[in-house]
Design a protein around this ligand. Structure first.
Ligand code: ADP
Ligand code: MG
Length: 273
């Protein structure tokens, strides 16, 4: 059993504070869902947990089984058992999927240990088939020329083989058709165990037909403003966020835009922020 704790986390991006005191605690064998309006900091939270250099932690802590995650490099975080399935997976020209995953697996072994090629190929073929992926995909360059849905499935392929303790799935459902959604959802759901838990960022209840969540959290204005169970998720799915904003007294004013003339060009400038 492992524990991931996020304590009073404040994060700035390009000098702007996005997360303003996020508190979240999760264990393996649990699935937590984070919902929230666009631009509210969900991907910022995901990127910060994994250690993206652009996201500056100004206050707070992230602990994995009591160890300080924030002082770890990205690869150390990965080797310790954190995994991020990205909202927008990157393409890596010149590196095949199988080389990429094999290198990541090798990096998890101790000095002098070598990955068994036989076991690796078996695991890769097994996971590819369970995800009903085209058998060619592992041998092509990472995500290059993949469709949106194939890229998302490829993130789950890595997840299945690397077997982290905690996976953060950032809108893994966007771009998936209904069949792919079911396959991805079922594959993640089947991983739930004493050694695996997930933080699922999603807008859609549909994914949660397959990934059964234990807790739902709403991130708004840089904080988790409400936590609950399935009922909270269903209410948001049906009614949106307005009722919650009203309850919390959050007013979201549209940005005021004014036209400014510079020479012969008219440009838009955001004011009042
Ligand atoms: P969400 O995932 O909830 O839609 P994000 O975490 O992507 O929201 O973004 C939260 C806010 O932080 C947005 O205003 C976004 O423009 C800003 N932001 C996020 N990442 C960056 C970045 N790398 N550079 C500049 N601004 C960013
Ligand atoms: Mg996002």
């Amino acid at each position: 059993m492992s524990k991931l704790q996020i304590i009073d986390l404040h994060v700035s991006v390009e000098g702007k504070e996005i997360l303003k005191g996020v508190n979240l605690e999760m264990n393996t064998n649990e699935f937590h869902v984070i919902m929230g309006p666009n631009g509210t900091g969900k991907s910022t939270l995901a990127a910060t947990i994994m250690g993206h250099y652009k996201y500056e932690v100004t206050k707070g802590q992230i602990l994995l089984d009591g160890e300080d995650v924030l002082s770890m490099s990205v690869d150390e975080r990965s080797r310790k058992g954190l995994f991020l399935a990205m909202q927008y997976p990157s393409e890596i020209e010149g590196v095949t999927n199988s080389e990429f995953i094999k290198t990541a697996m090798q990096a998890r072994l101790g000095e002098g240990e070598r990955i068994s090629l036989f076991k690796f190929i078996k695991a890769l073929e097994g996971a590819t088939s369970e995800l009903k992926m085209n058998p060619d995909l592992p041998h092509r360059y990472v995500n290059v020329g993949f469709s949106g849905g194939e890229k998302k499935r490829n993130e789950i392929l890595q997840l299945k083989i690397l077997k982290p303790k905690f996976a953060i799935l950032d809108e893994i459902d966007s771009g998936l058709d209904v069949d792919a959604l079911r396959i991805v959802g079922e594959n993640v759901n089947d991983m739930k165990s004493e050694n695996f838990g997930a933080l699922v960022i999603t807008h859609y209840e549909r994914l949660l037909d397959y990934i059964k969540p234990d807790f739902t959290h709403v991130l708004m204005n840089g904080q988790i403003v409400r936590s609950g169970g399935l009922d909270l998720m269903e209410k948001i799915d049906q009614e949106g966020y307005d009722w919650l904003k009203e309850e919390l007294g959050i007013t979201t004013q549209p940005e005021k835009i004014k036209a400014v003339s510079i020479g012969t060009c008219a440009v838009k400038q955001t004011i009042g922020k």
